[in-house]
Design a protein around this ligand. Structure first.
Ligand SMILES: Nc1ncnc2c1ncn2[C@@H]1O[C@H](COP(=O)(O)OP(=O)(O)OP(=O)(O)O)[C@@H](O)[C@H]1O
Ligand SMILES: [Mg+2]
Length: 503
């Protein structure tokens, strides 16, 4: 018997216009965590989808437990003991947690000649699974009662319920809190202790170095190599991903903040446990960071500014003039836009093309004779966006759902850039984005600030805020706990303010 539970050899897969995989390899040992890394569009998700039966590989071999297999669909994969938690989750919010865990493979019982769903068994098994993982959820609760990150843990349960030999986690932590990441890592260790092999995809270097045993790196659909995680450093991984040495993670600062132009005064949520008495100012040409732990209510505050949340008080001023914002469209009219954190839920239009997704917010600005869309102008904007942000897509007509996760994010960023806003609020703009593309996005942020735009950037990654921002506002439990700039802009100071009330 081979020492591997899974060997993928020379896997090739082409889509119209792209060779997504070009002789990709991956060998997984039982009981090991194997990280799969590479830039956006490198082919990581595609390789996993070929394994899981979502895509059919063009050529190559998949050897599982010593036998060559070919999963025709995910059910076949699950039956063989291969489970996958997707990068883009597809939860069914108005169904219970148990139903979500067992969707498509409900336990059945026979009543005479009839087969019916065995609800009792389903809830019992689901609850046992949740309890085993020390997740404090009721299997009968509707999925919508959970937060996005809790839903993700349910999704992981779903993978586990299949009693898998291999579990694939595609960017599982992108919306988890630090505590939940610990929980996930605990679950991963339970799995590997049982001999299960885990394939772990993430752009977060520290996590990769912490959890994985081996690392395989891909670039442009090709296999670059496999290394012991203990022999690797962040710099080495980046160099292998990008194919060259990357000297700086952050572009030099080019902007100089000017006058205060944007003022937010005394925002109070109608929910007592959400943000209260939040006031801040931002200057033109300034990049203001917003730090805090998940749950600090940063997103909620930004959404309230956009008119998306109920408030008992709160005023917004731009250049001294009070803005009357009751909905996002009012805000956009006044030049204030928000790039949302949850791109799948509120960001992308999956079946529309890349071009339409970029152009959609600007359509009204490019009307000819007030009714006809000026297709030529929109096309110019779309072409410019694709080249400026190096969006990896076969053409602007490709449906956005076919792009890699990070490239979808870039499309959404370019949509709001096309609006040419005065104040651009970005909520976790680089989530799921590889280092090279992050650099491009930071450069764009810097350039916009240099042009005099006000940028407000919410991020959970402190190094990124420190590397990019002029000033950082810190929140904890719905309150603004301080502002840091200059020498005070360091992790210790920010952490102290982020946890002011949580000790
Ligand atoms: N269904 C599809 N149709 C057309 N092209 C596709 C499809 N799925 C993936 N691709 C293309 O294949 C390439 C690899 O994409 P993939 O999603 O595997 O990248 P990835 O490594 O997972 O990136 P990310 O880190 O951004 O998630 C990309 O160029 C992508 O646009
Ligand atoms: Mg992916």
């Amino acid at each position: 018997m081979s020492e591997y539970v899974l060997e993928m050899k020379n896997i090739c897969k082409a889509f119209p216009g792209v060779q997504a995989l070009n002789n990709a390899n991956l060998s997984l040992k039982p009981g090991h965590v194997h990280a799969l890394m590479g830039e956006n569009g490198a082919g990581k998700s595609t390789l996993m989808k070929c394994l899981f039966g979502i895509y059919k590989k063009d050529s190559g071999q998949i050897i599982y437990q010593g036998q060559e297999i070919n999963n025709r669909d995910p059910f076949e994969a699950l039956n063989r003991g291969i489970a996958m938690v997707h990068q883009e989750l597809l939860p069914i919010p108005d169904r219970t947690i148990a139903e979500n865990i067992y969707v498509g493979r409900y336990p059945v019982k026979n009543i005479g000649p009839m087969k019916i769903i065995d609800h009792k068994k389903m809830y019992k098994d689901a609850q046992a699974l949740l309890d085993e993982l020390n997740l404090n959820f009721d299997a009968h609760a509707k999925l919508e009662s959970l937060t996005a990150s809790q839903m993700q843990l349910v999704e992981i349960c779903k993978a586990l319920s299949a009693d898998a030999k291999i579990v694939i986690l595609d960017e599982p932590t992108s919306s988890l809190t630090l505590k939940e990441v610990d929980k996930l890592f605990e679950i991963i260790r339970q799995l590997t202790d049982k001999g299960c092999g885990v394939i772990y995809i993430s752009h977060k270097m520290d996590e990769i170095l912490q959890i994985s045993d081996e690392i395989t790196i891909m670039r442009d659909g090709q296999y670059i190599g496999t290394w012991e995680a203990s022999e690797m450093t962040t710099d080495m991984i980046i160099e292998k991903e990008v194919g060259r040495e990357l000297k700086n993670l952050y572009p030099p600062k080019v902007n100089t903040p000017g006058e205060v132009v944007f003022e937010v005064k005394d925002f109070c949520s109608i929910h007592p446990h959400s943000f209260q008495h939040c006031s801040f100012e931002a200057r033109d040409g300034e990049i203001l960071g917003v730090a805090g732990l998940v749950g600090a209510q940063r997103t909620e505050l930004m959404e309230a500014i956009m008119g998306l949340r109920g408030i008992t008080s709160g005023e917004v001023y731009f250049k001294g003039k009070k803005l009357d914002i009751k909905s996002p469209s009012d805000a956009i009219k006044d030049g204030v836009t928000l790039l949302t954190e949850d791109r799948r839920g509120s960001g992308i239009f999956g079946v529309l093309s890349v071009g339409d997704n970029v152009g959609i917010a600007s359509v009204n600005d490019y009307l000819k004779y007030r009714i006809m869309v000026d297709g030529k102008k929109i096309n110019q904007i779309v072409d410019k966006s694709i080249s400026e942000l190096s969006i990896k897509t076969p053409s602007k007509k490709t449906q956005i759902q076919h792009l890699s996760g990070g490239n979808q994010q870039k499309v959404i960023i370019s949509r709001w850039l096309a609006k040419d806003p005065e104040v651009l609020i970005m909520d976790e703009p680089t989530r799921g984005i590889d280092v090279g593309a992050k650099y491009e996005i930071y450069s764009i942020i810097g350039r916009l600030a240099k042009e005099g735009k006000t940028i407000i950037m919410v991020s959970s990654e402190m190094p990124e805020l420190i590397g990019v921002c002029d000033r950082i506002m810190v929140m904890c439990e719905g309150q603004i706990t301080g502002f840091v700039e200059g020498e005070d802009m360091n992790q210790e100071k920010i952490m102290e303010l982020s946890t002011k009330f949580t000790k």
